[in-house]
Design a protein around this ligand. Structure first.
Ligand SMILES: [Fe+2]
Length: 398
């Protein structure tokens, strides 16, 4: 199986130069995608001679704000310079401009004033190619899981037991779906962890994180042996909090069956020819906060925003710490057939330009904290993808 992630390849120490490399890499990768649809010029080429002319640029959004007159002002930067792009209140693209996020790379077309300003007529996001189905064809099916939170008092052991019986052919499987399963992908938060939030102790059944992993291993080792299990970490796991995160440490891996595959976060794997991009999904927190119409109830919409921006975490340094690796591992250079996230504990399924978009919910029932915050998790629901037809169904074990 092919896999691609950060494990063993971290280069950053967090110095100034690392940030320069990181953002340059982000810019050049997304610029390449935008260049297929936009004939742009470098910012430094705008001068008095371009006054009044229509020009296109590709830039990283350093800042976006609304002025007292209600116009929107974007500071755009490319490796050659900076420019102020202005979107007037009455402009046709004003509504669209609400979607602009800091640190993302976009294309703009507008009229240059020859003096460091551009009056924007159109905006362009890199987006996915216009395809209706993935080019690949696999066989068998894959189950998408995340956020088991083993060790929490709220881990749904009974539901997991029912799931195990079903997958192992010990329960009714009239549809024959269980026997088709070849892969199980877990997008992070295998355990609840310790010290993740204040007062977590009272929510824990297992206090020691290694004991939590030992319990998780017992639950997972019971899965039918011919199924390939792939495990990525999340923010409750024992790896570094700064993303990208490496795979779980070897000591923890040793608790699990030898044939399980441990990958980082994010990671790209190929399941019988079908490419799956796995990302735990912390950036969904930022997208919910910043984009109108995006909520925890429909995480697939936030994930579509990642695909449109060709980036898993467009806003830098908000709620997630992103280590400035020399390479930006969050750019979606190659469109995957499946984008799989978790983290928000709600199930979301969509199809966007040929990509199956799946958020896989949780195995943790509503905690006291979630009750107080009026957060409704969707536990013990498993999205299943038929890798030959890419049809997705939901299996309910709650
Ligand atoms: Fe999480």
């Amino acid at each position: 199986m092919l896999k691609c992630d950060i494990t063993g390849r971290s280069t950053c120490v967090g110095e100034y130069n690392d940030f320069v490399h990181y953002f340059r890499d982000r810019y050049s990768k997304i610029r390449e995608i935008l260049s297929r649809r936009l004939n742009s010029r470098p910012i430094e080429s705008l001068s008095k001679s371009t006054t009044g002319r229509e020009v296109s640029l590709i830039g990283m959004v350093m800042d976006v704000r609304t002025t007292s007159k209600g116009n929107r002002v974007i500071e755009l930067e490319d490796p050659t310079g900076m420019i102020t792009a202005v979107i007037q209140k009455e402009s046709e693209v004003y509504e669209q401009s609400i979607q602009i996020l800091t640190d993302e790379v976009i294309g703009v077309t507008g009229t240059s004033d020859g003096n460091g300003r551009l009056f924007v007529k159109s905006l362009l996001w890199p987006d996915m190619p216009n395809q209706t189905a993935p080019l690949e064809n696999g066989n068998g099916s894959a189950l998408m899981l995340s956020d088991l939170h083993v060790g929490s008092r709220y881990f749904m052991a009974d539901a997991w037991q029912r799931f195990l019986q079903w997958i192992n052919g010990e329960a009714d499987d009239a549809s024959g779906l269980a026997s088709q399963v070849r892969y199980i992908v877990i997008a992070g938060d295998l355990v609840d962890g310790v010290g993740i939030y204040p007062g977590q102790e009272k929510d824990l059944e297992i206090m020691d994180i290694y004991d939590q992993y030992k319990a998780a291993a017992q639950w997972l080792n019971g899965i039918r042996k011919d199924i390939q299990v792939i495990i990525a970490p999340g923010n409750h796991d024992i790896v570094r909090q700064a993303e990208p995160q490496p795979a779980l440490p070897e000591e923890v891996q040793s608790y699990f069956r030898k044939d399980m595959l441990f990958v980082g976060n994010p990671a790209q794997v190929t399941l019988s020819g079908i490419s799956v991009l796995i990302y735990h999904g912390r950036s969904i927190d930022d997208l919910v906060l910043r984009l109108p119409g995006i909520s925890y109830a429909a995480p697939e919409k936030a994930m579509i925003e990642m695909l449109r921006r060709r980036h898993l975490a467009p806003i830098y340094g908000s709620r997630i710490a992103i280590a400035p690796e020399h390479e930006d591992h969050y750019v979606i250079s190659r469109p995957p057939a499946i984008l799989h996230c978790g983290h928000v504990h709600t199930v979301g399924i969509a199809r966007y330009k040929g990509v199956a978009v799946i958020n896989s919910g949780t195995w943790q029932s509503q905690t006291d904290f979630q009750k107080k915050m009026n957060i409704q998790p969707v536990p013990a629901v498993v999205p299943i993808v038929d890798l030959a037809t890419m049809k997705i169904r939901k299996l309910i074990f709650a």
